[in-house]
Design a protein around this ligand. Structure first.
Ligand SMILES: [Mg+2]
Length: 384
């Protein structure tokens, strides 16, 4: 840490320290119920990293991060190496209750590597929350939402299946959908977006995400074709480095643009805002490097008047979902919704998986992440 006029705090001097004794980085492969199709990739299983942090008193905290070669550049072996070789030596023997300081130490400890940093940060916060008997949202500033209503992703190989699934989920109470585009011919995607709006009716919230799969001309064609579809926003049509293209596109349409793959640090948010290239930001802990850093990014977005869509990668188990819900609880400007992804998995890693009831999830005040991770399930899906 840099020198400061303030002494480094022993932030919990009145509470016995919670010394970090052991950190396990566990690679898992979690099969999806069916493949998810998005631009450039067909996802059949989630190759994630689970992090287990054990304190000297025997208490345990859990975190998770998805590999995302096309988004963060993180692959499973690399995430494993970052935790074992870089982050673990920084943390062993430290007081976990200094989680905010430790998050910054980890952040400064290696460039990028948002996934492993996020898994470690989440596990630290889970551990501290359990020890202090408070939910993680309390450690992040306090909840402002008591209930969240996640969106549902439509990413089937065929639009016929997308339609069947959307109608089925609508009957179950889901009122917010994100359609994956950038996969099929643009005229087909325009036709289906309009059909989907017609089928869902005018009051269901609908957005679309091209995952960098469009050229500027294709994105303009899509936006002009679906101008009457009432999309809440259109996410990352162009490749992540094309800020200029996104700015040109933003000036050509009334539909707000969201930046996702382009955002890996707070500076990217400032750059997109300065260029007028997005009206909102998709925040993921694996891109930004943890829950603590995501709160800082959300505060920046709020100050700039940018909307926020908070999301797990496809797919993360209940560990990642619980972390996202705790984060969602404290983010005020969550106007573009939240996306958890554990329900796309064949099996989960917690004994009581998170699931929406009639489209909503009420946030209970439980310690830490508020979940019980199953050692047996983690071991069943671990790859080595
Ligand atoms: Mg996206």
């Amino acid at each position: 840490m840099k020198n400061s006029v303030f002494p480094l705090v022993d932030s919990n001097a009145s509470v016995a320290p919670l010394l970090i004794k052991r950190i396990d980085a566990i690679p898992v492969s979690l099969p999806l119920i069916k493949p998810m199709f998005m631009a450039g990739v067909r996802i059949e299983a989630a190759h994630n990293l689970v992090v287990r942090i054990e304190a000297s008193n025997g208490m345990v905290g859990w975190g998770e991060a998805a590999s995302a070669p096309l988004m963060t550049g993180d692959v499973q072996d690399g995430m494993l190496a970052v935790v074992n070789q870089i982050l673990k030596p920084l943390l062993i023997g430290q007081n976990a209750l200094d989680h905010a300081r430790l998050a910054r130490i980890c952040h400064a400890g290696i460039h990028g590597s948002g996934g492993p940093k996020a898994a470690v940060d989440t596990a630290l916060l889970d551990l501290c929350g359990k020890y202090l008997d408070v939910p993680v949202s309390d450690l992040l500033g306090g909840a402002v939402h008591k209930e969240l209503r996640p969106m549902y992703l439509l990413g089937n190989a065929s639009n016929d299946d997308n339609l069947i699934e959307a109608v089925e989920k609508l009957k179950q109470g889901i009122q917010f959908f994100k359609l994956k585009v950038g996969v099929k011919p643009v005229k087909e995607e325009i036709r289906f977006t309009l059909q989907l709006r017609e089928e869902l009716g005018p009051f269901v919230t609908l957005c679309a995400d091209a995952n960098t799969g469009y050229s500027l001309s294709a994105a303009k064609e899509y936006l002009s074709g679906i101008a009457d579809a009432g999309l809440l926003f259109f996410e990352q049509p162009l490749r992540s480095g094309d800020v200029r293209g996104m700015a040109l596109l933003a000036r050509s349409t009334q539909i707000p643009l969201c930046a996702d793959e382009a955002i890996s640090e707070i500076k990217d948010i400032l750059d997109y805002h300065a260029a007028g290239a997005a009206s909102g930001i998709n925040l993921k802990t694996i891109k930004i490097g943890g829950m603590s850093e995501a709160v800082r990014a959300a505060n920046v977005c709020e100050a700039l008047g940018l909307q926020i869509n908070l999301a797990c990668k496809v797919a993360e188990s209940t560990i990642g979902a619980a972390a996202l819900l705790q984060l969602g609880a404290v983010i005020n400007n969550l106007d573009w919704g939240i996306s958890i992804t554990n329900h796309y998995l064949v099996a989960d890693l917690a004994t009581d998986p998170i699931h929406a009831v009639k489209g909503g999830i009420t946030l209970a005040r439980k310690p830490g992440l508020g979940i019980d991770v199953s050692d047996a399930e983690v071991n069943r899906f671990r790859t080595r």
